[in-house]
Every structure is written in C-alpha cells, then in structure tokens.
Design a protein around this ligand. Structure first.
Ligand code: UDP
Ligand code: MG
Length: 326
C-alpha cells in the first residue's frame, strides 16, 4: 500500500470545489478500501491567491474531512508555481503524488491505473488525452500545432499530456533539484528520467466556472515553454541574418551591373522594400535575443517561486516561518 497525495491547484474555484472535494474523497476512500492507497493518503488543495471564497472552503472541508489538506500561497503565482508548491509540500510525506486540475476535466477514473503503474515500479506516469474532440476547434488546432512545433525545436515533451501525472518520491526529489524560476513542468519532467509509463484518458468539459487560462496566459505559457527549453530560435535568427546578407550581396552585384550596362537606376520601391525588410528582421532578432536575456535576468535573481502563507494537513493549521520553493 502506498501513501498517495493528490495535489490540486485552485484559482478562484469556489464554484467547482465542493463537487471536486466530494468526488475526490469518494475516489480516495475507494482506493483505501481496495487496498491500493493507505490511510495516510491526502488531498492537498493549493489556493493560488484566489480572490473568492476558495481558501475559506478549503478550511471548512479540511475541518470536516481529515483527508482534505490545504496550502495557501501568499498571492497568485500562476498554475505551474502553485502546482510546484503543492508537490514540494507533499514531498517527504508520501510515496507518490498525482497532480490534477480543480475542475476535474481529467478523468479521475484512471487514478487506480496511475497508482498500480507506480506500484509496478514506474516513478513517472503521464496522463495522455486519447482525443481532443471536446475542445474547441481553435484550442485543438493551436495545441496540436504547438506540440509539433516544440518537437521540431528539439524540446522533449509528451504529446497531448498536460499536468495530469503521477510522480514517485524519487522523481519529486529530482524535481526539487531543478531551480528554474520560469517553470514549465511538462518540459522538466521528461528530463528527470526514471522508468515511466502512460495512462490514456478522455478529457471532459469543465463542469462549472470558467477557464482560468485566458488566451493571454496561454500565449505566455507557450512562449515560456519554448524559450525555457530551446535555443533554436536564436540559431534560426542568426541563420536568417546570414541568408539575408548573402541575398543583399547578390542584389549589390545586380545593382552594379545595371549601373555599368546603363539601364535605369534602381527605383524607390526596391530601396524601401529592403529598408523595411531588414528593419523588420533586425527588430525580430533583437526581440528574440531580448526574450532570452530577460530569462537570464529573472533566473539570476533566484527569487522564490512561491511563498506559502498557511498549510493545513489533517486539520492542523500551522504558519510557515520560512518561504519555500528554494
Ligand atoms: N490555476 C491556478 N492558478 C492560475 C490559473 C489556474 O492555480 O493562475 C489552476 C486552476 O484553478 C485549475 C488549473 O490551474 O485547477 C487549470 O486551469 P483551467 O482549468 O482554468 O485551465 P484549462 O483547463 O481551461 O486549460
Ligand atoms: Mg480546466
């Protein structure tokens, strides 16, 4: 029997939380009665600085139900940091943790499979979506294009896997060694290694509330994923620079030849075109380099990735004196 922790990041999730707690409690009780999980197993809800009643609900549920635990971050830090805060809190208290979203879009029916694979010796088990039929055409198209683009850039990520995964205690210890501030867990976990496996599931719709990932956050997340794991965009820019230099050299020869042969002077249009084109390429190049420099800047400060305000496990509330996430 293993001590299993569920880690659930929550941001303004008061609408879904009561149902999520109910369904996950049933699941955990079933795992315990089936002899898969031990009685020390817990559900850890991480309140990512919600502005609604999420934390009050977590406190209330934890006083009624000993399996419910909570971690309150000092402010909103984003899904990835909230998830890491939960994982690092669970570390040392459990054999394995399963991370899932508060809206239960990830099918909790396959949790047994996750744990059984762990008990068979896997340290990492990835939840992979078997189809994307329930997504809007836009989200499906952009998401799949993104996975392919990442693969082309040489970033190793698991196709159609989000953050529904199991990590064993050794994988958690390894994860703690990755100190980066620009977190993109889907990129880091495959780098950890160990024996891993996949569990396939159908993703359903959010049963209440709205997505906490508006387009702006999604784009930021996507850019983070690329610039944190691949330096290829820098290479593409320098290659483009070389090609443009060669092209302009050819153009230069053409211009000289046309002057010698006495044909009319090159016109205003071609001049304008090259100025604009080169200007554009230069700006793009500076922008991409700037993005990486910005990353170096934020990484070099070694700021904590999250700060825990309160932790409740088994109904005991204690105040963390030190900031976590070092
Ligand atoms: N979330 C979070 N902090 C944020 C945004 C989202 O902890 O700043 C949590 C959210 O509560 C949910 C999970 O991340 O449990 C995934 O978010 P959501 O379901 O809104 O994303 P989607 O499924 O639409 O991609
Ligand atoms: Mg969701």
């Amino acid at each position: 029997m293993s001590v299993v922790y569920f880690v659930i990041p929550c941001y303004n999730e008061e609408e879904v939380l009561p149902e999520t707690v109910k369904r996950l409690s049933e699941k955990l009780e079933q795992l315990i009665s089936d002899g898969i999980a031990s009685k020390e197993s817990r559900m850890l809800f991480v309140d990512d600085g919600s502005k609604d009643k999420t934390w009050e609900l977590i406190e209330k549920f934890s006083s009624d139900n000993k399996y419910v635990g909570g971690v309150k971050l000092s402010r909103n830090r984003g899904h990835q940091n909230a998830l890491l805060a939960g994982l690092m809190t669970a570390r040392g208290k459990c054999d394995c943790v399963i991370s899932l979203d508060a809206d239960l879009q990830d099918d909790i029916g396959v949790i047994d499979e996750f744990v059984l694979k762990y008990q068979d010796g896997c340290e990492v088990v990835y939840g992979v979506r078997s189809s994307r039929e329930k997504d809007t055409a836009f989200k499906r198209g952009t998401a799949q294009g993104y996975y392919k683009f990442m693969a082309a850039l040489g970033v190793e990520i698991v196709y159609n896997h989000a953050d529904y995964r199991l990590l064993g205690s050794r994988a958690l210890d390894a994860l703690a060694e990755y100190k980066e501030v620009n977190l993109f867990l889907r990129g880091i976990v495959p780098l950890i290694g160990f024996r891993s496996d996949y569990v396939y599931y159908e993703r359903s719709e959010r049963f209440a509330g709205e997505s906490k990932y508006p387009l702006k956050k999604m784009i930021r997340f996507a850019v983070d994923g690329i610039t944190s794991f691949s330096v290829k965009p820098l290479k593409i820019i320098s290659n483009a620079g070389i090609i443009i230099c060669i092209l302009s050299f050819i153009f230069f020869i053409y211009a000289i030849v046309s002057v010698i042969t006495g044909s009319s002077v090159a016109g205003w249009a071609s001049l304008m075109c090259s100025i604009w084109f080169l200007g554009g390429i230069q700006m793009l190049g500076i922008g991409i380099v700037g993005t990486y420099v910005g990353k170096i800047y934020s990484e070099s400060k070694h700021r904590p990735r999250f700060i825990i305000d309160k932790t409740i496990i088994s109904g005991i509330t204690d105040r963390e004196k030190e900031s976590a996430g070092q």
